[in-house]
Ligand binder design. Sequence first.
Ligand SMILES: [Zn+2]
Length: 665
Amino acid sequence: MRLLYCLLGCLAFASAQAQVSAVHHDLSVTLEPGSRELSVSGKVRFTGSGMAELRLAPEFTLQRLTLDGKPLSETKMRGALIGGLRVRTLALGNKPAAHMLELQYRGTLAPLAQADRREALGNLPAMADERGSYLPASYAWYPDLGTETLTYTLALDVPATQRAIAPGRLVKETTRGNRYRARFEFSRPAEGVTLMAGPYRTKEIKYKNLRLRTYFHPEIAELADEYLNSISGYIELYNGWIGAYPYTAFSIVSSPLPTGYGMPTLTYLGIEVLRLPFIRHRSLGHEILHNWWGNGVYADWRCGNWSEGLTTFMADYTYKERQSAGAARAQRLSWLRDFAAIPEGQDIPLRDFTSRHHSASQTIGYHKAAFLFFMLRDQLGADAFNRGLRRFWKEQQFRVAGWADLQRAFEPASGKKLDIFFAQWLTRRGAPQPVIHDAQITQQNGRHRIAVTLAQPAPAYALRVPLVVTTAGGKQEHIVELNRERQHYTLESASRPLSLALDPDLRLFRRLDAAELPPILRQVINDPATLTVITEQDSAFQEAARRLAERLLDHAPRYIVQYDRAQTLLLIGTHQAAQEFLLKHKLPAQPATLRGKGSAQVWAARQDGGKTLLVVSADDSAALEALLRPLPHYGSESYLAFDGGKVIERGVWPAPSREWLFPAH
Ligand SMILES: [Zn+2]
């Protein structure tokens, strides 16, 4: 119960110097999803001394509580309400000793949340419903002694129309009369106890020694086979890459809520989520990999969560790499583009990322962290990198580990000191901005020399910068070390260099400058300096255009009639009028890919001065009206074609790379 411990930790330490460890629960749980009644009885064994505290959510009434066989007094049993939880103190004596609590309690759980967004699912209570019950580990539906980890056995009892599941090994299950009973055992240190139940159809296959299962709602039961077949492929991949899968089972459990949770031995995914075709090819692998990173080695919340970044790198990103080098580069570009959209100084150092609260922290905690591992592999080479991963797994399995432990595994695996690498990527906000400050070519004895000066803002990062020289004969890559604000290099080339590019393959996490970003709608939407032109006299069209501009732009639109200088521009018109305007002002014409498609076309383009131009070109006012609702959702696209309100084509232009061009003879 990591989160709860985090919030209440200081309180517990202030009031009582209790030392509690080795907590083991043996609980019998009866759940009636229809009436939402939960009753629990069982034993909690632990070692401890001093004044310990037992916490339970306030909707539960204790019917029995004994410590080492002695019933607790009425007042002690009732406890006090602190921080929304019922807290009962337990006097354990001065010397650490083994203790046992016996308890029995019951209560009515909350109804199923009406949450329809993932972000709203952060702090859920224990909820029950016949469509699905979810009792999260982060909620005190089970007795909490404030330790970081515990082990457990759970005997679950639900109506026979339901199936119940918890992380761990399924020891036994029976359906007798009108009850379904299942017993789960979790003997590794778990961060808490999660319980799920629902009207599930289960399907099972054996893979080597593993029990692979789906617990699916009837309406998606036909998806079971393809999901079951996908699981083994991922387990095979990570077995070979990291080390043996640490558990004996893996299940996919469907949820009536739009969840996407990974727990040891299972993933809990929304019914609608499971229906999406790409889940099997991406998210499932990510959740399975969390059995190694996150649920096999635990992330230390006090010094940053590395597990999302490593999982994103070894799952989502790796699947792109397997697809093609182009797909992998496109993924890196989209991460860098998202990072460039965070205003400078508004991000957090990677070390401060503990979980996902909003999209900016996702950009840091998932994408910047994944990029860190990508750069580390570039620096160490794949073999040493993989040795480091296996070493980390071997050393930290079922322990709480931080970034420093990763560094300690990669250093001996590669024989390199990585203090600077980890320090700069973990503790600094923002990203480096290395540029080619100057480049000159000279010729000597038939060889060509390029004198290059690279520069970066202070304080300098230590970077391995790829420089790519293009000649008539092809491209040649040089890796140079940059660790000062300004540094000089000499590159040699057998044939005459035509151009020099800094990191065109996007192998460095860096803040892209405007010239490297493909034009996208958002650059016009976000810019407070955006000017708007409506190139149509018809009043109905003008009215629709004004409403669209107001809805689309972040700032109040500023309308102009004459356009005479390079400025971020939103142009709205009928096809004919828009084209005439573009031609007259020597602005980029309509891209060929969009010509004649649908009832409206929208595209972003770069003007000569570097500012972005956004054109909305529509058949008539009705075609424009139809964009009001959908268009604002597509800020990260470069172009779209609409048929009425429906998108029929969209995409992002290829990003230009910044090149230093050498003069011809
Ligand atoms: Zn994850």
